[in-house]
Design a binder for this molecule. Structure first.
Ligand SMILES: NC(=O)c1ccc[n+]([C@@H]2O[C@H](COP(=O)([O-])OP(=O)(O)OC[C@H]3O[C@@H](n4cnc5c(N)ncnc54)[C@H](OP(=O)(O)O)[C@@H]3O)[C@@H](O)[C@H]2O)c1
Length: 90
């Protein structure tokens, strides 16, 4: 079981992921946000992801990922984004 630290890229890095063309395009097609697509990808991949937020609307948004599903093709597209890069070095 994988524990996903900084699932949204961590503070100061979120826009890199949110503006990724693949993530943003899949988000638009589902009427969801990039954050929700990232969290749904983790959920369907079987990862434990705990996003951090101090914004009430963001917290609600991050819970609203149980009313849609990514297709196998979308899951594969999102998995293929992996660039073997780290946002933090802990
Ligand atoms: N066990 C460990 O050693 C360890 C190590 C690293 C991290 N963690 C934990 O992992 C959790 C996540 O870490 P993190 O908060 O640094 O990283 P993160 O969840 O990847 O990113 C948090 C950032 O995303 C923003 N955000 C969250 N939801 C959003 C949404 N729906 N739309 C737009 N922006 C959104 C937050 O801003 P807003 O506040 O404005 O929403 C914040 O800037 C934390 O609980 C942290 O303590 C634990």
């Amino acid at each position: 079981m994988l524990e996903s630290w900084f699932p949204l890229g961590g503070r100061g890095n979120t826009q890199t992921l949110f503006n990724d063309d693949t993530i943003a395009s899949i988000a638009t097609s589902h009427g969801k946000t990039s954050a929700q697509i990232i969290l749904r990808w983790h959920l369907q991949a079987g990862n434990i992801a705990i996003p951090g937020s101090s914004n009430e609307a963001h917290i609600a948004e991050n819970y609203a990922i149980f009313d849609f599903a990514l297709s196998d093709e979308e899951m594969a597209e999102l998995t293929a984004i992996d660039r073997d890069e780290r946002f933090a070095d802990y």
